[in-house]
Design a protein around this ligand. Structure first.
Ligand code: BYC
Length: 313
């Protein structure tokens, strides 16, 4: 018993001293489980997030836009892979992680359950969705679990480029013909509120936040991050002369932040519980792609076995 207390004390001291927890360190079971939950859901978000963008690959307006989009989607796959590998260091297999997604036990970011209806949506995703993701992920670079923090450093570099290319792409439409500008505004109208939902429920309603903040898994709260995103995005919309679809959006001199309207939390709950516009389609597509890739996994396992005598799984 004394030994368990000692281990817990060493863990707490490391957290207090801002030292990273590494895979071989002792950690409370709750810390491990919470990390597996958040990191695996983060990985799934990166991978499922390829789908709404992939929808426009064959219809990108120019070869240059197509190659940039292709590179971005490949980056997202890479982010998923870093995060799956980092999650595996916590003692769970890739198969178990993917199975939890397929069984509906693991979530992924709600935003990817909305359809990408026009080319302008691709700009909006880069600008707003990557923009929201990066606000969150910059804070996560200081998360207490070493492999997660290190994955975030690399991901943030790529994500900030994604945000800029999305903003540039939508800015071109906003400066274009009346029809192109209307497309850009329509994309902003549809993606704004789902982007704010990416930060999760209000702090008071967030099931995991209090413990995650104590363990320094999360360094900033859902509401703090959402506020930073709103504050930085308002002027970006102004520069390209698009209007954020929120009549309550207003600078608050006293708070030195923008006030903004209430999110439709019923919609949020519907989406995270599997009833969004595209939930079924996204999951079905993932299952299909996973099944189609089985022969690759089998071939790699057979190759590794042939080389080393180990199972390679
Ligand atoms: N969507 O206690 P809470 C990208 C769930 S992808 C769905 O506040 P937590 C990109 C939450 O999981 C980058 N579910 O949770 C890719 C929990 O349910 P469970 C995505 C949500 O974890 C391709 C319950 O609600 N980024 O950049 O403390 C193309 C209670 O919430 C959401 C990340 O994944 C949501 N929005 O805080 C383009 C960041 N919000 O698990 C771009 C990593 C909440 O108990 N994750 N839920 O069943 C996080 O930072 C945190 O997990 C969250 C939520 C802030 C999202």
């Amino acid at each position: 018993m004394a030994e368990a207390n000692d281990l817990e004390q060493v863990f707490e001291n490391k957290i207090d001293a801002e030292e990273k927890i590494e895979p071989k360190d002792w950690m409370p079971e709750g810390y491990r489980k919470n990390l597996i939950r958040q990191m695996s859901q983060h990985a799934h978000s990166e991978v499922i997030g390829m789908q709404p963008e992939g929808n426009w690959l064959t219809r990108a307006p120019t070869l240059e836009r197509k190659s940039v989009l292709l590179a971005k989607i490949q980056d997202e796959a890479g982010h998923g892979l870093y995060l799956y590998s980092a999650t595996e260091t916590l003692g769970i297999t890739r198969e178990e992680i993917v199975q939890a997604l397929h069984d509906g036990r693991a979530k992924y970011a709600s935003i990817f359950n909305y359809p990408s209806l026009t080319w302008a949506d691709i700009g909006a995703i880069g600008w707003l969705v990557d923009g929201a993701a990066i606000v969150n992920q910059v804070a996560l670079q200081r998360t207490s679990y070493g492999p997660y923090a290190r994955a975030m450093v690399r991901i943030c570099k790529e994500e900030s480029f994604h945000q800029r290319q999305g903003y540039e792409s939508i800015a071109v439409l906003a400066r274009g013909s009346a029809q192109q500008k209307a497309m850009a505004q329509d994309a902003l109208n549809r993606w704004w509120w789902p982007s704010l939902m990416m930060f999760g429920p209000h702090d008071a309603d967030s099931a995991h936040s209090a413990q995650s903040m104590l363990w320094k898994i999360k360094r900033k709260s859902n509401d703090e991050l959402r506020q930073s995103f709103v504050d930085q995005t308002v002027s970006q919309a102004e520069i390209i002369d698009l209007e954020i679809p929120d009549p309550d959006l207003k600078w608050n001199e006293q708070r030195q932040h923008f006030d903004f309207g209430e999110i439709d939390w019923d919609e949020f709950k519907q989406v995270i519980n599997g009833n969004g516009l595209c939930n079924r389609e996204r999951l079905a597509q993932h299952k299909k792609a996973h099944a189609n890739g089985a022969w690759v996994r089998d071939a790699v396992a057979a190759y590794v076995k042939g080389k080393t005598g180990e199972s390679g799984e």
